[in-house]
Design a protein around this ligand. Structure first.
Ligand SMILES: [Zn+2]
Ligand SMILES: [Zn+2]
Length: 86
């Protein structure tokens, strides 16, 4: 997954590893360390705010660029295997 890049879907700001995100429980952490799951209360956050650039609130998964391509390749691989086996 070398092509995987994390950036804001709106403005393409890339997280710099600092803890910008605050959970409802008050815990502050880098949400990309844990795929948007709060390490303190284990709440899974579906939306992620762009904390320093455009402040847009977008689905956490939309931040992962290259994931679609990776998924496509996986699906293509599975299809190939199916063809070989039949
Ligand atoms: Zn929490
Ligand atoms: Zn942004």
């Amino acid at each position: 997954m070398d092509d995987l890049k994390i950036c804001c879907p709106k403005c393409e700001w890339e997280p710099d590893g600092l803890p910008y995100w605050q959970c409802d429980c008050g815990h502050v952490w880098n949400t990309f360390d844990t795929a948007a799951k709060c390490p303190a209360c284990h709440k899974q956050h579906k939306l992620t705010i762009c904390p320093v650039s455009c402040f847009a609130l977008t689905p956490h998964l939309d931040w992962y660029k290259g994931l679609d391509k990776w998924l496509e390749e996986m699906v293509a691989q599975i299809n190939e295997e199916v063809i070989v086996n039949t």
